[in-house]
Unconditional design. Structure first.
Length: 151
């Protein structure tokens, strides 16, 4: 199987799993979703749309950085996005460790943790992929290097 196809398939399966977990809290979690008006995860199709939207936008940002930005700036961008997603994971972990969220059900809690983990893995993969590629435009077009700068 092609590496790109298997990566897309893995992202899709993880996104569907995350949406399913987010859309199925226990009774207290459903009440919290109604009270706090989290309509974007109220049903499975809405949760799937939300998760896929976040993942697709993240993949598009990563691809733009990979294809159109030089290696150092892309690495800085990936590290920044990696820190943001890791900070988001720590935030979700600390928030869902409180009593009010612990009673929303394990599936909902695992779903809340899964999206930042998906994004952290995605940005880390692109960072490694970017680090392993050769430097682009090391010899600009029209500049021929010759020995002793003699053409």
């Amino acid at each position: 199987m092609n590496k790109k196809l298997s990566s897309v398939l893995l992202l899709f399966v993880l996104s569907v799993t995350d949406a399913y977990l987010l859309a199925h809290p226990n009774l207290i979690g459903k009440l919290g979703i109604l009270i706090y008006k989290h309509s974007y995860i109220k049903t499975f199709p809405r949760a799937l749309g939300t998760v896929l939207l976040v993942v697709v936008i993240s993949v598009m940002i990563s691809e733009v950085l990979f294809r159109f930005v030089d290696k150092k700036k892309a690495a800085f961008g990936y590290i920044t996005l990696l820190f943001i997603s890791a900070f988001w994971f720590v935030y979700v972990y600390s928030m869902f460790s409180s009593f009010a969220y612990r009673i929303t059900g394990k599936a909902f809690i695992y779903g809340a943790h899964l999206l930042p983990v998906i994004l952290t893995g995605l940005f880390a993969r692109y960072f490694v992929k970017s680090s392993l590629r050769p430097v682009l435009n090391s010899n600009p077009v029209g500049m021929n290097e010759t020995k002793n700068d003699v053409s």
